[in-house]
Design a protein around this ligand. Structure first.
Ligand code: ISL
Ligand code: CA
Length: 532
């Protein structure tokens, strides 16, 4: 039986916002907090009850806000602290929660701590970062190149797991841990309801010879941050490279008092060999990953996070389903197979209108630091058009184009020129058009979320997989207190599906469908209550 904190977690439906690209209220081309406030009714109507904001703190924006120069103030481009207070108040008035992004592994080199630290070896901030006379190991930056950078002022090398301007904090220094705990408390006192924790595995290093992450003190640090004090009651989701069940248990089993849940990433390679290289794939692969983690989390009473898209990934629909002719069917099918499983749904902005990957003919249309660095590297070994194809496929910018609210000027995102190119398909894929369509992805999401919250079976019910590994479809049931439901998701080809039980007429279906049995069109899905 899941503990109360987890049972509560199952009732959250989180919508992830990339503030820079969601809605611009003042025409400067950059999304902002007042823009988000304008769209709260849109979110409420959709049926989500929590919002996760990617970082909106003061930042030079080398990594779009993940390079923070002040944890306690709002990025001027996004608004003021008064706007943030207003946003929190309005969310709460709508009975919605706010999850902030917490970035404990690194600060911007523009942060005051780093500026002090580089001044010398004998000030209160000297040991806030990792400083070495010689480069101590061969660790690489996630964004390519060495993870070590020489700083002429200090005359030493510092560690940066990501961009050169994102210096890793030294968590073995108790002053760092305590400063970060104060940061958390600052936001808790403002009324935030939870945190998404950036690359939590990396705060503990296995130094100097081991891995950059999962160091021996990782769980002490996590427990001290989130298992004690004001943070202990909050919902926390860690972003982590955890791949096995034992590690998952150590992070989020109830008795551990660490995190509520983790984002696991093994399904992120569906449809690709690596970030920039596509692979022929189908929804089957996603299904098999989902089944694996449903079983593991059920076995150990863990709370699972249900997501496929975020601000670091090109939309999954473009990798393993049909984002052209069957875009509506694919989007609906993926929503049903993901969000009716057991766990906490996370919906990334634009997913609810069937948002797909973009395509550009020029590197000038890209902005992301990782993308630009990868492009430069590719150009050394291949023709430019090939390099551009790789970028088009894998760039994080696929998830960062302005949200398209309509097909008009600037996609309804801003009265001015957006900070990054509009989505190449914004005239075709936008909110206004989706809502006006006979088959609307948004309305399907709405109906799905309504069904989910009005039947406890979809929250607390057990999951049983009915289809087999060879089947080109996915059928599972949810059951609670004698009530049982079936979720049927067909994949890319037409299928005759005969169910091993009798169902009522579907309560939710992507296409008009009178019975849960029968011929399923490509990517069609249906949800029905089982009789007897
Ligand atoms: O997107 C990735 C690289 O292609 C991932 O490996 C990503 O870097 C990793 O999941 C960590 O992501 C988080 O921290 C980064 C930031 O750039 C990402 O946006 C954030 O989600 C550094 O803070
Ligand atoms: Ca703005």
């Amino acid at each position: 039986m899941l503990c109360k904190k987890y049972r509560d977690g199952l009732r959250w439906v989180v919508y992830q916002i990339y503030p820079r690209s969601f809605m611009d209220s003042n025409g400067d081309g950059i999304g902002d907090l007042r823009g988000i406030i304008q769209k709260l009714d849109y979110l409420k109507e959709l049926g989500v009850n929590a919002v996760w904001l990617c970082p909106c703190y003061q930042s030079p924006n080398d990594d779009n806000g993940y390079d923070i120069s002040d944890y306690r103030s709002i990025n001027d481009e996004f608004g003021t602290m008064a706007d943030m207070d207003d946003l929190i108040r309005r969310l709460h008035a709508l009975d919605m929660k706010l999850i902030m992004d917490f970035v404990p592994n690194h600060t911007s080199t523009a942060h005051r701590w780093f500026q002090e630290s580089r001044k010398g070896k004998n000030n209160p901030y000297s040991d806030f970062y990792y400083w070495f006379d010689e480069i101590p190991n061969d660790w690489k930056s996630v964004f390519r190149g060495s993870a070590w950078e020489y700083d002429a002022m200090r005359g030493q090398y510092y560690l940066h797991s990501f961009a050169v301007s994102q210096a890793d904090l030294n968590w073995s220094n108790p002053a760092v841990a305590s400063a970060m705990k104060d940061t958390l408390d600052f936001w808790i006192d403002k009324g935030v309801d939870g945190f998404r924790v950036d690359v939590i595995d990396r705060i503990a290093k296995d130094f100097p010879a081991g891995r950059n992450g999962f160091g021996p003190h990782l769980h002490e640090y996590i427990h001290d941050l989130f298992g004690r004090g004001k943070a202990a009651a909050l919902f926390t989701v860690g972003e982590s490279g955890v791949t096995d069940t034992d590690e998952l248990i150590r992070h989020c089993a109830a008795g551990r008092e660490e995190l509520s849940t983790l984002f696991l990433f093994d399904h992120m390679n569906c449809g690709r060999y690596n970030k920039f290289t596509p692979k022929q794939d189908s929804l089957k692969t996603l299904r098999d990953h989902l089944i694996h983690w449903q079983r593991e989390t059920a076995k150990y009473d863990l709370l699972h996070s249900l997501f496929v898209d975020n601000h670091d990934q090109p939309p999954m629909i473009s990798r393993i389903a049909d984002d052209r002719e069957k875009r509506y069917e694919s989007a609906a099918c993926m929503a049903a197979m993901l969000y009716l499983l057991k766990g906490v749904p996370f919906i990334y902005q634009g997913q609810e209108i069937g948002g797909a990957s973009a395509h550009y003919d020029s590197i000038g249309c890209f902005n992301d630091i990782e993308t630009i660095q990868a492009y430069r590297e590719f150009c050394q070994t291949m023709p430019k058009d090939q390099a551009l194809e790789k970028i088009n496929f894998g760039s994080r910018d696929n998830a960062r184009h302005p949200m398209a609210w309509n097909g008009g000027e600037n996609g309804g995102f801003s009265a001015g020129k957006p900070w990054i190119a509009l989505h190449s398909r914004y005239r075709d894929i936008n909110v206004q058009k989706d809502l006006a369509a006979e088959r609307s992805v948004y309305r399907f999401y709405q109906a799905l979320l309504k069904l989910r919250r009005s039947n406890a079976v979809f929250l607390d019910g057990d999951v049983q997989v009915v289809s087999s590994a060879e089947d080109p479809f996915f059928i599972f049931t949810r059951s609670l207190n004698g009530e049982k439901w079936a979720v049927i998701c067909n994949f890319e080809s037409e299928q005759q599906i005969a169910l091993p039980f009798r169902c009522e007429a579907p309560a939710l279906a992507s296409l008009d469908r009178a019975s849960a049995d029968g011929a399923y069109a490509p990517y069609e899905c249906a949800v029905a209550k089982i009789k007897d």
